[in-house]
Design a protein around this ligand. Structure first.
Ligand code: 7RM
Length: 637
């Protein structure tokens, strides 16, 4: 593979950037020309941010899997597409060449077809980090079905909410998943979820752990049994469905300010072009490099930078089933050494946690293969940046700090490895094609450098969100109504004297816990389901490892004699309702909450208390009951 759109040096970056602003359509047309299309576009772009209506590469036809697979077969079919490292380091590594991956995807596409799946159908995937997850995702794309991957840490209720919202009639899951020392009973969680989803027609189950599961007659089938039938039928290829550039590729649910996660919709053409373009440029991928992204496919990072971007670029990607701390905190470094990883893309929360477990885990391993390091998911603090740079990159690997979102589909602001300069704790500069702006509270653009504001994007890019599934108005309201004619990210941001962007964090009611997005309202809803709870308010607070921890203020009917026990019960309820990632770190029982006269909870005050920053609470005299503030401060946990 060669990448004609790969930027080679700093001048190249500035020239490309300028061109992308002066002639966006020409710029993207040029990038898109390097892909495989059944038919090219009639028009590059049509857009308005009012409706919003965004269309890229109009009337072009393609199948993204022909770009991720078929395209590489002739010259690079024997290259490794996926190296799979199992949870247990003593188990066998699996390597799939592009030819093998293509064959597996085709076979599984037949299985989908045999089970009644058609173009446009929604399929929920609830699986561990095994090659079959990538195979299932790609098979959906090949047949034109819309995948909705649900992270393996979500609860039965979260699955049911998503299956219902997407009206998904098909589920793909595993009997169980290995995660470190734990075994997670995925199928059993799915079964609980599906008691609420009688419309589900088929559940395809891959056997990974061998744990016993209950199979429902006429609904549940084993992956291996279905595979046997396909193999016996002798069918190998599966001709890819011809998709329109703007046909839906997938839905991915993400948290917002309300209690209900929204289904972010991405479409085929633009998403393919942008994820591949950004992958190749940000990481400066060179054919033959081994690239390891530690994210889970259940999040957007896994979609864009484990599956679609790298595969369309013909890259060799490493997929890891387990967790960074098992069997010990040296696992990432062990994997890096074992597979001679060249590019490592991970999250600040992982870096901070591994940093805390001591250098002895690092020093045992040879990390000389590393060339480029990357960070994503939350602001990376300077201490973690320096540690990553010094002890993992040995001072010679550029670190790319990549800012982006589920909604943006791909990396928006980042330095390009070794091409544009890094600055610790700064995402630095927008990729060519991306036009960020900062706006003040009145919605006016803040110009010049050395300024701050809310981060917006003022021009469309190919992988941007098209709609929120089943509720276009919600998409308009959330992203396009705060500031006229701009996409609003929900993030606060600084632009330094040199024009480098530094993302400071969410300015809405979304928390970023270990890089996972969780809405305060979702956690409150879950807490309020707990017996005896009258009301609750949840805020984020600075946490050494997680970045943000979850602090819950809870009003209950009765005073608890064993508060620790009650706290634990509430945390368990949240884990059951949402998933373990949303468990509050701190629960404080209070008799009231600081509210305005109109009954609105003053989160600003609760946030300050949770931070331990009670000197600057600001004006509390407008509160309904100012005395409650002192009570809450005294009872801080
Ligand atoms: C890719 C992803 C999005 C939110 C986003 C930010 C935060 C992500 C960075 C970052 C500072 C970064 N998608 N965020 N990357 N903040 N620097 N490099 O994480 O939809 O799950 O989250 O994450 O607040 O709005 S996401």
């Amino acid at each position: 593979m060669s990448y004609p759109y790969q930027i080679q040096d700093k001048e190249g970056y500035f020239t490309s950037y300028e061109q992308s602003v002066n002639d966006p359509e020409g710029f993207w047309e040029n990038v898109a020309n390097s892909f495989l299309w059944r038919k090219k576009w009639d028009k590059v772009l049509e857009w308005d941010f009012k409706t919003p209506n965004i269309k890229w590469f109009l009337n072009a036809k393609l199948n993204i899997t022909e770009n991720c697979l078929d395209r590489h077969l002739e010259n690079n079919g024997d290259d490794i597409a996926i190296i799979w490292e199992p949870n247990n380091p003593n188990d066998e590594v699996r390597k799939l060449t592009y030819k093998e991956l293509h064959a597996e995807v085709c076979r599984f596409a037949h299985i989908l077809k045999n089970n009644g799946v058609k173009k446009g159908d929604r399929i929920c995937l609830y699986m561990g980090m095994i090659p079959e997850l990538a195979i299932a995702v790609l098979a959906c794309a090949r047949i034109g079905a819309v995948h909705s991957v649900i992270f393996g840490g979500f609860s039965a209720k979260s699955i049911a909410d998503r299956v219902i919202d997407a009206n998904a009639e098909y589920i793909i899951t595993c009997d169980g998943a290995y995660r470190g020392a734990k075994e997670i009973p995925l199928k059993s969680v799915v079964d609980d979820a599906l008691t609420q989803c009688p419309f589900v027609k088929k559940v395809i189950v891959y056997e990974r752990t061998g744990t016993s599961v209950s199979m429902i007659k006429d609904r549940d089938v084993w992956w291996d049994d279905e595979m046997q039938k396909v193999i016996e039928s002798g069918l190998t290829d599966f001709p890819a469905e011809e998709m329109d550039s703007e046909d839906m590729l997938f839905i991915l649910y993400t948290s917002g300010s309300t209690g209900k996660p929204k289904g972010v919709v991405h479409t085929c053409g633009g998403y393919m072009v942008y994820t591949t373009y950004s992958f190749v440029n940000v990481f400066q991928y060179k054919p033959g490099d081994v690239y390891f992204c530690t994210a889970d496919v259940g999040w957007i990072t896994g979609h864009s930078y484990i599956i679609y971007g790298p595969l369309a670029a013909g890259a060799t990607g490493l997929m890891f089933e387990g967790v960074p701390t098992w069997p010990d905190a040296g696992r990432f470094w062990d994997i890096t050494d074992k597979h001679k990883v060249n590019i490592l893309y991970t999250a600040p929360t992982a870096i901070r946690s591994l940093m805390a477990s001591g250098l002895e885990h690092v020093e045992k391993h040879d990390l000389r293969s590393l060339k480029v390091l990357g960070s994503v998911g939350e602001p990376i603090n300077e201490e973690a940046w320096e540690w990553f740079h010094k002890y993992i990159g040995k001072g010679k690997c550029p670190i790319v700090d990549t800012w982006w979102q589920t909604e943006t589909g791909g990396i928006m602001i980042s330095n390009l490895a070794g091409v544009t300069p890094a600055k610790p704790a700064h995402a630095t500069l927008p990729l060519p094609g991306i036009q960020p702006v900062l706006v003040d509270e009145n919605g006016n653009e803040v110009e010049g450098n050395g300024v701050s504001g809310n981060l917006c994007i003022k021009f469309p890019w190919p992988s941007m969100i098209r709609t929120t599934y089943g509720d276009h108005e919600r998409c308009r309201q959330t992203y396009f109504s705060t500031y006229e004619n701009k996409y609003f990210t929900g993030d606060g941001c600084l632009r330094d004297e040199d024009g480098n962007y530094r993302i400071t964090g969410r300015v809405d009611d979304v928390m970023n816990v270990s890089g996972h997005r969780i809405g305060t309202a979702e956690v409150e809803n879950a807490i309020n389901m707990h017996d005896g709870v009258i009301e609750s308010a949840v805020v984020g607070y600075p946490h050494d490892v997680k970045g943000t921890g979850i602090y819950a203020f809870v009003i209950t009917e009765h005073i608890h004699h064993d508060e620790d026990h009650a706290r634990n019960d509430i945390a368990q309820t949240v884990a059951r309702v949402i998933g373990p990632i949303a468990k509050p770190d701190k629960v404080q029982f209070v008799t009231g909450l600081p509210k305005t006269r109109s009954g609105k909870i003053m989160r600003r005050i609760l946030r300050k208390i949770a931070e331990g920053n009670t000197d600057s609470l600001g004006d509390t005299s407008t509160l309904l009951d100012p005395a409650i503030v002192d009570e809450i401060i005294k009872g801080k946990v």
